[in-house]
Write a protein that binds this ligand. Structure first.
Ligand SMILES: *Cc1c(COP(=O)(O)O)cnc(C)c1O
Length: 242
């Protein structure tokens, strides 16, 4: 390992403080919501130095979220501590083959076409890929994800495929004029629990994951049943998303 400069040291200690703070906030939100189940903290690593990522893993962030295929492929060899990695970003079908054996879940499954490609590549790699269907809960034209009305049909189509397993839903909701996303989180919670109830006795499904909540709103997402919060900036520091 390289020597760390004092500048680096402060970056590391800030991340350690952030992890402590976020973990406390997660526990408090769970308490407030009366929840005793597990909420996982995912570290979203885009643009973050792999040394910092490894430091966060050593300090309790056991799950990482990757947005960009090339950046992930460039960095992953330098991740230490054997983190679990999920893919959470926009995924082109022609890139699925590069990540299929390097992640354990894909949160951004947002079309039948993409899910079929994941199924095909998982089959070739001899594995079964866990996926979440991304829902465009705010009906925003600029965002990917399927319409809530189309969810059931896509979920049951997915169940027909042998090499993917649907685990739940993911969303990046808009923010209302009052600055909150509560209305959308509540809608996601309802979609999720309906899907879970409907498929409870169907062995092709294992619906247990609701991925929502980011730096600005993870506590309210937890109030609405989120099981994975995806945190970038308040964990690793603000940065440019270019
Ligand atoms: C960047 C990103 C996040 C984290 O966003 P922050 O606001 O920095 O916490 C979460 N989910 C996805 C899909 C992202 O691209």
């Amino acid at each position: 390992m390289k020597e760390r400069s004092s500048h680096d040291d402060s970056r590391f200690s800030t991340v350690a403080d952030n992890i402590k703070h976020i973990t406390e906030n997660i526990e408090n939100a769970k308490l407030k919501a009366g929840r005793t189940d597990t909420v996982r903290l995912m570290g979203v690593t885009k643009t973050v130095d792999p040394e910092i990522v490894s430091f966060s893993v050593a300090n309790g962030v056991k799950l990482l979220g990757e947005n960009r295929v090339q950046e992930f492929l460039d960095k992953r060899d330098r991740y230490e501590g054997d983190p679990e990695v999920h893919f959470i970003g926009g995924l082109q079908t022609n890139k699925v083959k590069y990540i299929i054996d390097k992640v354990s879940m894909i949160h951004s499954a947002n079309s039948e076409h993409l899910i079929e490609e994941i199924d095909k590549r998982a089959g070739k790699a001899g594995l079964k890929m866990d996926i979440l269907i991304e829902v465009n809960i705010g009906g925003e034209e600029s965002k990917s994800g399927i319409a809530p009305e189309a969810l059931d049909e896509l979920a049951y189509k997915t169940a027909e495929l042998g090499n993917v397993r649907l685990r739940g839903l993911m969303a990046i909701p808009p923010v209302d004029v009052d600055g909150s996303s509560d209305r959308y989180f509540a809608q996601m919670q309802k979609l999720f629990s309906d899907l879970r109830d409907k498929t409870r006795n169907d062995g092709r499904f294992l619906i247990d994951t609701l991925s929502m909540g980011m730096s600005g709103d993870y506590q309210s997402a937890i109030m609405h049943g989120s099981t994975i919060v995806r945190i970038g900036s308040v964990l690793y520091g603000y940065r440019n998303y270019t």
